[in-house]
Design a protein around this ligand. Structure first.
Ligand code: NAP
Length: 252
């Protein structure tokens, strides 16, 4: 089945899971708005997409800033058309044990993951409702089940699961599905930074994590992009409000 061409937004699309997702959605035939904190950082992903014959443009916005989100959506509409696919992928970590976690680190993580996903989805849903078609995919994490040193992050990632289910309930009658992907260990700049913070060699860190994973390898950003592609597919219209753990084994 050929997919109808749509306009997709991928937040945090400059690198890692977001970049792989943007590339994959473009390969699936969609126009892709690659949004990141800095427009310049998103350009490499756009070049990759264009080099493969796809259509994409770079946009800069902090997803936790309502005015910046509104401005970016306006620019996306003007350049690529009304967005009806949204992947809320932008994320940060500010890990620490609870007794050492600052209020600022709590607020920053809630701001990007929870408020950012809320602001982006609120701004984009009107185009989905108008089109009577839409796809929202939110990035949760296996950390939603609890993870030492991540009281802020695990709370935000669990919150996104509730957010997703509520979107599915509210927007279903408009042809909009909302689903959540909870990745396990994915080799990316985010996990590399964790290894650095812990003072562990990156290759050793990956090998140690792989040994704990049933399929015995770290995840790749493309593993997540593939799952996003499934949720976005025209034929996935009866799949909504779900959380899929993409972790090389069972997690929930
Ligand atoms: P990453 O390599 O750190 O990429 C995240 C991207 O988001 C970066 O380009 C970052 O920009 C951008 N970003 C951060 N804050 C932003 C904001 N306020 N507004 C717009 N963009 C912002 O992370 P990743 O590993 O690909 O992870 C992507 C998503 O998957 C995140 O939501 C993460 O929590 C989730 N996840 C990852 C893993 C994993 O193992 N990697 C596991 C489970 C879930 P800057 O570079 O400028 O900061």
């Amino acid at each position: 089945m050929t997919q109808q061409q749509r306009t997709a937004i991928v937040t945090g699309g400059a690198r890692g899971i977001g970049a792989a997702t943007a590339v994959r959605l473009a390969a699936d035939g969609h126009r892709v708005a690659v949004l990141d904190l800095e427009e310049s950082a998103a350009k490499a992903t756009v070049e990759t997409i264009e080099g493969a014959g796809g259509t994409a443009a770079a946009f800069g916005a902090d997803v936790s800033d309502a005015a910046a989100v509104e401005a970016a959506i306006g620019a996306i509409v003007e350049k690529l058309g009304n967005p009806t696919i949204l992947v809320n992928n932008a994320g940060i970590t500010k890990d620490n044990l609870l007794f050492k976690m600052s209020e600022g680190d709590w607020d920053a993580v809630m701001g990007v993951h929870l408020k950012g996903s809320f602001l982006m989805t609120r701004a984009v849903q009107k185009y989905m409702v108008e089109a009577k078609w839409g796809r929202v995919v939110n990035l949760s994490s296996t950390s939603a089940l609890g993870n030492r040193g991540q009281a802020n992050y695990s709370t935000a990632k669990a919150g996104l699961q509730g957010f997703t289910k509520t979107l599915a309930i509210e927007l279903g009658k408009f042809g909009v599905t909302a689903n959540c992907i909870a990745p396990g260990f994915i080799a990316s700049e985010m996990t590399k930074a964790t290894a650095e913070r812990l003072g562990v060699d990156w290759e050793q860190f990956k090998a140690a994590r792989a040994a704990e994973i049933p399929v015995q390898r770290p995840g790749a950003p493309e593993d997540i992009a593939n799952t996003v592609s499934f949720f976005v597919d025209e034929r996935s219209s009866f799949v909504s409000g779900q959380v899929v753990y993409v972790a090389g084994g069972p997690k929930d």
